[in-house]
Design a protein around this ligand. Structure first.
Ligand code: PLP
Length: 393
């Protein structure tokens, strides 16, 4: 009998497992299922980037690197962020290479939070935010965004959710799962709020290159914000490099130094071959990245049109690769819709509630799948809705 769970810390026992993974473990066993589920690119990493990793291994580059990451990579990150986000970071003191945004976020939370501190974040959101905060013995304070306001985060909502003890604000634009993003004006309001309340801002910019309409603005680039923002970014989404596990955190040296202490004891460094591949992505990967972005845009337009034709109202996501249709016209809740659709037509979507209670009445459909799959999925969802109408009529 395994009763080892008695050794597990209370705050870890209390954490839910990610519902998405369980759901998709079932989908992966199903024949002919179409998955609009998992949040990773369906593209294989562009060849030149893979080749950079292969060449690194060929040359015998198999060692640890500097804890902060290869100097060549930090130089490339510094140049890339300055050129594309208009914020400049010193590669010697203000940049750390990490195991994806996942590690960067975990390290910065661990570096800044004392037990009982509070962190504001907007929901619906990426599934790891609240657990990552709770793992630091801190309190996660969700700011609900609503369909009525196109899931935009407003300074008014932030102000209403704020409580004494709030130390940090975690932002993600464009947002997983809604595809919403923040205009410069909105960011300026949020920035003014962060300054007024003396909050450290953690800005998860992982989908920023995948902005389809207009330019992406990082809150770090607004006046007075560089000093209080940790810019978190990586290669997983825009460069289709999820398996390389590489990302980075940029920010003022005081916080980056603290983060580095934890990183050097817990992780040491990101894998050297992945770092070499990341240098290639930053220096020469732009065309490949733009090509993938254009494909996502075509698929976005198709899937959103299809959902609306089917009577499931769907706003146009301005970034990332997720559509977030309103499934409430079916009379089903998010989980029942996802379960019944999967059973009846073998199309997998993620219940909106997996991303927080604000996702009730919605499901997430990832369009990082082929155009053909999206057409087929649309047909199957149409059949599912027809059959439901017949049985409920
Ligand atoms: N942040 C968001 C908003 C995400 O959606 C994801 C992955 O889905 C991550 C971070 C994790 O990124 P990485 O692969 O860089 O750890």
């Amino acid at each position: 009998m395994d009763d080892s769970s008695r050794f597990v810390a209370r705050h870890v026992q209390g954490l839910p497992k990610s519902g998405i993974r369980d759901f998709f473990a079932i989908v992966s066993q199903m024949r002919d299922a179409i998955s609009l589920g998992i949040g990773e690119p369906d593209f294989i990493t562009p060849y030149a980037i893979r080749d950079a990793a292969i060449q690194a291994l060929e040359k015998g580059k198999t060692s640890y690197t500097d804890n902060r990451g290869l100097k060549s990579l930090r130089d490339a990150i510094s140049g890339y962020v300055e050129q594309n986000y208009r914020v400049s970071y010193n590669p010697e003191t203000e940049i750390v290479t990490t195991i994806g945004v996942s590690e960067a976020l975990d390290m910065v939370l661990r570096a800044v939070l004392n037990p009982g501190d509070k962190v504001l974040y907007h929901e619906p959101c990426y599934v790891s935010y609240s657990p990552s905060i709770k793992l630091c013995h801190a309190e996660a304070i969700a700011v609900q965004t609503s369909a009525r306001e196109k899931f935009a985060l407003t300074a008014t909502a932030l102000r209403a959710a704020w409580q004494p003890g709030c130390k940090a604000l975690l932002l993600n634009f464009p947002t997983n799962p809604t595809g919403g993003t923040a205009s410069r004006e909105l960011l300026a309001e949020i920035a003014a709020f962060a300054q007024e309340k003396d909050l450290l801002v953690l800005s998860d910019e992982i989908y920023s290159e995948l902005t389809f309409d207009g330019a992406h603005t990082s809150i770090a680039s607004l006046p007075g914000m560089r000093e209080r923002t940790i810019f978190l970014h990586g290669f997983s989404k825009a460069f289709a490099m999820t398996g390389f596990r590489v990302g980075y955190a940029c920010g003022p040296a005081g916080v980056i130094d603290a983060l580095l202490k934890i990183h050097q004891y817990a992780i040491m460094c990101a894998p050297i071959a992945s770092q070499e591949a990341a240098v290639e992505a930053l220096l020469h990967g732009r065309d490949a990245m733009l090509h993938m972005r254009d494909k996502y845009r075509e698929r976005r337009d198709l899937i959103v049109r299809r959902f609306n034709e089917l009577g499931l109202p769907c706003h146009l996501p301005r970034g990332a690769f997720y559509a977030f249709p309103d499934i409430s016209p079916t009379g089903l809740d998010s989980l029942s819709f996802a379960q019944q659709l999967l059973q009846a037509q073998k199309v997998a979507m993620v219940p909106g509630t997996a991303f927080g209670p604000g996702g009730a009445g919605f499901c997430r459909a990832s369009f990082s799948t082929s155009y053909e799959n999206i057409i087929q999925a649309g047909d199957r969802i149409g059949r599912f809705l027809d059959a439901r109408q017949k049985t409920t009529a």
